[in-house]
Design a protein around this ligand. Structure first.
Ligand SMILES: Cc1ncc(COP(=O)(O)O)c(C=O)c1O
Length: 398
């Protein structure tokens, strides 16, 4: 039996009321997590939008074990390794981009993308292009630049002194300002804003604009919205694409910025010109994480992941249509397999989530919105069971 947490400080968690003995995970298998009390939980939030093919998938476990025994880690500062090379090629082919720059967590990819955009304009001699635009209600992570291009007050208001000012992108005119370096957007759905759906028309001016377009696919990438990447549905050709979370199948920290040729070219020069990108993370391009990512990419075809995702989307859509008539429900928003169930009463969101846990479903609310973002390997029954449990949770918290 695992001891209660005593020295662990958890992210986004009020530790004073946290009871580790009630929520300690000891095993994962497929769409299930098992806690120290022996309860089985459906991972209804894919461990915060990471897990794609289920927990401890044998193909990913094997790839990790083989790579760990072959080459565990080697820095990519001035050196390369075979899994990182292969993954860069696979990602560039998938996204029709030219280069992959690896980082660690999603926020570190966003940091890299922001610095890359700023530095790119300096290389072009356009030094006034220093401003960043972002969507209203944006979320791009918790490091300083990522917070700066985010817009959720409760996550960033305390950290004003370490962030910089950014402007909202609300209309096409905003893109015309001569000081704008880049606009960063979450495609289709803003997950951290409670699965807020962005109208497709909002992205149209980004198809042809002067500032660089950074698309943040960290939450939406790797099949969650029905296509491999959500921006594919928007007819966008981003200059930079940030990837993370599901890239390694969701099992190891790995993120990347994909860049187009013209951006990469701007950083080339003789060593004494010092034009290289001054950014790097110790574990960037870690061979084990890259091997996991390559195994995960193969599983999409081997396991018919997109067909499964289509079925999840359909079942969730049908069940939402019924649940939405419940008087406690304000709105249900869905983009592919990313679903937000918003309650009228935000105070009820945690009690409903806790009741769901007791009923065998693990998720988290964002404000008044309870999330269902299941692994793409979930069965139709998993999804139907979640909706049944949700109705029961509403009864129990009435
Ligand atoms: C759209 C988006 N960008 C960036 C991030 C930050 O990723 P990470 O938590 O891996 O730093 C998140 C995390 O939820 C996200 O949803």
């Amino acid at each position: 039996m695992i001891q209660a947490v005593s020295h662990l400080w958890l992210p986004f968690t009020q530790m004073q009321s946290f009871d580790a003995s009630a929520r300690t995970f000891v095993r994962g298998d497929g769409t299930s997590l098992y806690d120290a009390r022996g309860r089985r939980l459906f991972d209804a939030v894919s461990s915060i939008w990471t897990i794609i093919h289920g927990h401890s998938h044998p193909a990913i476990v094997d790839a990790i074990a083989l790579q760990a025994a072959t080459l565990d880690h080697a820095t990519t500062l001035g050196a390369t390794n075979l899994p990182a090379e292969a993954l860069a090629q696979a990602l560039c082919e998938l996204c029709e981009t030219d280069y992959a720059f690896f980082a660690g967590d999603g926020a570190s990819a966003v940091e890299a993308a922001i610095k890359m955009a700023l530095h790119y304009w300096q290389h072009l001699g356009e030094t006034r292009r220093t401003r960043f635009l972002r969507l209203v209600d944006a979320y791009h992570g918790d490091t300083a630049s990522a917070m700066s291009v985010s817009d959720i007050a409760v996550f960033k208001s305390r950290y004003g002194p370490v962030t910089f000012e950014t402007r909202p992108y609300e209309r096409a005119d905003d893109l015309e300002a001569p000081d704008v370096a880049a606009v960063i957007v979450e495609p289709i759905v803003q997950a951290a804003a409670g699965m807020r759906l962005v109208p497709i028309e909002h992205y149209v001016p980004l198809r042809n604009c002067m500032p660089l377009v950074i698309v943040d696919e960290i939450a939406t990438g790797f099949g969650r919205t029905g296509t491999m990447f959500a921006y594919e549905q928007l007819d966008l050709r981003p200059d930079l694409i940030a990837l993370g979370k599901g890239m390694s199948g969701g099992v190891l920290p790995l993120s990347a910025v994909l860049a187009r040729e013209r951006i990469y070219q701007a950083f080339l020069g003789a060593p004494e010109e010092r034009k290289q990108f001054f950014h790097g993370h110790s574990y960037a391009g870690n061979p084990i994480a890259c091997a996991a990512a390559l195994a995960s990419l193969e599983l999409f075809a081997l396991e018919g992941t997109f067909e499964r995702a289509g079925s999840i989307e359909r079942v969730a859509g049908e069940r939402s249509a019924t649940l939405r008539t419940h008087p406690a429900i304000r709105e249900i928003r869905q983009a592919g397999t990313m679903i937000g169930i918003e309650l009228h009463d935000a105070q009820r969101a945690w009690p409903v989530t806790n009741a769901l846990y007791e009923l065998g479903h693990f998720t988290r609310p964002i404000g008044a919105t309870v999330q269902l973002v299941p692994p793409l390997s979930s069965s139709d029954e998993d999804i139907a069971d979640f909706f049944d449990a949700f109705s029961e949770a509403l009864e129990r918290t009435n």
